[in-house]
Ligand binder design. Structure first.
Ligand SMILES: Nc1ncnc2c1ncn2[C@@H]1O[C@H](COP(=O)(O)OP(=O)(O)OP(=O)(O)O)[C@@H](O)[C@H]1O
Length: 664
């Protein structure tokens, strides 16, 4: 039993309908320690035979046995392992990876061994020293001479301590001196106890071999002749191999990315702009929403709900409707508003989440006389704690027998410039309403102006306190029962629930209350802003499709450009999944870098815009990019990159190693 036995090897190539028998029933046996030269005419099938021995070709018939064990060529994992552990490969074209240094090229093969990183590094240096390249380890292949490249290839082929070294025309591109050096190395390698199979046209190389086999027209013309005795053979201890680790794949992908950085930078910038736009729109949405809520909350208290009493009958309803302010009838009789009874106030107070119920009275069509001048106040109401004091532009909230006047509809009409001077002045406030008997009566009192308020309300805000209003009304013998109440709740999140509860509250089979709350309006407004933000972000997201296409195109171009590298890696024993990982890692890295750049850009834009708009918003940050947005962008970028890499990576992984090695 020989170490390597080829039995009945036949290989055909099918070109169209024509079949070419390239290898015809090859039977050969070789021992460890031999240096075999395979010679023969061009096209005789030498490379084809080497591809079969090297475990690159599995489309043939016959058996290849190693130490008596037939190899299963249809068992991909076994074949990958065979290439990693048993075979070392050198070729006329050196097959070095251009974007890796001399040291890295050798390390690549060592990375598939079980040695520790330190031992791998030590061994790589040792192997390169053995071929006389210590000084060149940091160079890239294109910075080496042909002879030096072939030495790197030899060092790499020996990295995993292979039992068989296949050398396909190793000296084909070398001058006489380099040829002699390489030959001496191969002889030494064989003497160490390895089987060296060398395809050659050179008589000189063949002369150095211990056996010569001639392959003519697909057949072994003559059985191998032993030209020399095999030198001292020792058995080499083989290095335990393992598949390429994930980390090494990722590092390789990184090195390639660095190598093609200009092109990759363009892709990263393109993708980052798309991601940036999505992130900015989301941040802007959050900011605008926050800003509007902030502004609204400053104007009205989101924790308070305004409750009106529904008119009890049709007559009252008509009266209530007629009470809507009409400037033409300013100063007319105020409608008698439906009032809250004590038990109704208790019913409201007993509702869940309600902390306080504050009664109020409002009357329409009041007149405010300042000296000789009379001004129409569409509404005179009582100040509740939900009225924001922030709107007070002068003075303070009204105390007993005091009034707060509306700035634009009263105070500024009195004097556009001196309106603040109204504070402290006495004004006569009056309005007409109906008493219990349905007779019109006038409610009037001289009050002191406590403050001026800049109201957002259409009808302006002229307000006294509840005690003053009650006292004015009781003096005129009209009802002092509240016409509205302001209900306070614990938190604004319960707003909608409480509003619904109040509106559906049933007393004596009727729903007497109508509750309104700014928070509920705000919630629907927030929904609109959310929709608008998401739509804008989605539109910006379309650019991400372009980014994905860019990554796909780049990856496909990269696969085509790196076909040869794929072949080299496969011949070194890398599995299909290692190749797939190489390309997916590169795409994922592009995605992550793009997301990082997008985050940086967004951060700068956020700062710039917020700074620029600070005057307009009173310092409120209109762009608010949150951690969630950043995480989402990273997830999107990774998904896009991963999806974009699927097809190119699959193509790379499925490439035929022989065709890949032959790629230009
Ligand atoms: N993929 C292929 N499809 C069809 N025919 C092929 C293919 N690869 C090789 N051949 C043919 O197989 C035959 C053997 O090719 P091979 O490369 O093994 O020869 P060789 O002895 O190594 O030649 P050389 O010494 O010129 O390198 C040639 O006739 C070649 O045209």
């Amino acid at each position: 039993m020989s170490y390597l036995e080829l039995t009945n090897i036949c290989k055909n190539y099918q070109v169209g309908k024509q079949t070419f028998n390239v290898l015809k029933d090859i039977n050969l046996q070789f021992e460890l320690g031999e240096f075999v030269a395979i010679v023969g005419e061009s096209g005789g099938g030498k490379t084809t035979l080497m591809n079969i021995i090297g475990g690159l070709d599995h489309d043939f018939t016959g058996t290849v046995s190693i130490a008596g064990q037939p190899l299963d060529y249809h068992h991909e994992r076994q074949l990958d392992q065979y290439r990693r552990e048993v075979i070392g490969y050198i070729s006329q074209t050196y097959n070095l990876i251009g974007h890796l240094t001399v040291l890295e090229n050798v390390m690549l093969a060592l990375d598939m061994t079980k040695l520790s990183h330190g031992d791998r590094l030590r061994r790589a240096h040792e192997l390169l020293a053995n071929v006389g390249l210590t000084a060149q380890i940091k160079k890239y292949p294109q910075q080496l001479s042909g002879g030096q490249k072939q030495r790197v290839a030899i060092a790499r082929a020996l990295a995993g301590d292979p039992k068989i070294l296949i050398a396909d025309e190793p000296t084909g591109a070398l001058d006489a001196d380099n040829t002699a050096d390489v030959m001496a190395m191969l002889q030494k390698i064989a003497r160490e106890g390895r089987l060296v199979i060398c395809v050659t046209h050179s008589q000189r190389v063949a002369g150095a071999a211990t056996q010569i086999a001639e392959l003519v027209n697909g057949r072994i013309k003559s059985q191998p002749v032993t030209t020399q005795n095999v030198g001292t053979t020792q058995t080499v201890a083989s290095l335990p191999a393992r598949p390429l680790s994930y980390w090494v794949s990722v590092m390789m992908a990184f090195k390639h990315m660095r190598h093609t950085w200009i092109w990759n930078t363009l892709i990263v910038v393109g993708t980052a702009i798309g991601l940036f736009a999505v992130m900015l729109f989301n941040g802007l949405g959050t900011g605008i929403k926050g800003y509007i809520n902030h502004e609204m909350n400053a104007l009205v208290d989101p924790q308070s709900i305004m409750v009106m009493h529904q008119a009890d009958n049709a007559k009252d309803r008509d009266e209530q409707a007629a009470a809507v302010y009409d400037p033409a009838v300013a100063g007319g009789i105020a409608a008698r508003m439906p009032v809250f009874t004590d038990s109704q106030l208790t019913a409201l107070r007993d509702l869940k989440h309600v902390t306080n119920v504050e009664p109020g009275i409002s009357a329409t069509n009041a007149t405010i006389a300042i000296g000789q001048q009379k001004y129409a106040a569409p509404e005179l109401t009582t100040w509740t704690s939900s009225d924001p004091t922030r709107q007070l532009k002068a003075g303070h909230v009204a105390g007993d027998n005091q009034i707060v006047l509306d700035k634009s509809s009263i105070a500024q009409k009195w004097s556009a410039t001196r309106w603040r001077q109204l504070v402290g002045r006495a004004v006569t406030v009056s309005y007409q309403t109906f008493n219990q008997k349905g007779q019109p009566v006038t409610v009037a009192r001289v009050l002191t102006v406590a403050g001026i308020v800049d109201s957002t309300s259409e009808v302006g805000l002229n307000a006294v306190n509840y005690t003053t209003m009650q006292s004015m009304r009781s003096a005129a013998r009209v009802s002092t029962q509240p016409t509205f109440v302001s209900v306070r709740i614990k938190s604004r999140v319960q707003n909608q629930v409480v509003v619904n509860e109040i509106n559906h509250l049933s007393i004596n089979g009727k729903h007497p209350f109508a509750a309104t709350s700014i928070a509920a309006t705000l919630d629907s407004f927030n929904t609109y802003v959310n929709i608008a933000t998401k739509v804008l972000a989605a539109i910006a997201g379309i650019s991400l499709i372009v980014s994905a296409l860019m990554i796909i195109v780049t990856m496909f171009m990269s696969v085509s450009a790196r076909m040869r590298e794929i072949g080299i890696l496969r011949s070194l024993g890398e599995r299909r999944r290692d190749i797939r990982r190489l390309f997916t890692s590169e795409a994922l890295m592009l995605g992550i870098i793009s997301a990082t750049l997008a985050t940086g850009l967004s951060y700068l834009a956020e700062r710039g815009l917020n700074h620029g708009l600070a005057k307009l918003t009173g310092g409120y940050a209109l762009v608010q990019i949150q951690l969630g947005n950043v995480i989402a962008i990273f997830v999107i970028a990774i998904i896009i990159a991963w999806l974009a890499a699927i097809l190119p990576a699959r193509r790379a992984a499925r490439a035929n190693p022989i065709k890949a090695l032959a790629a230009e």
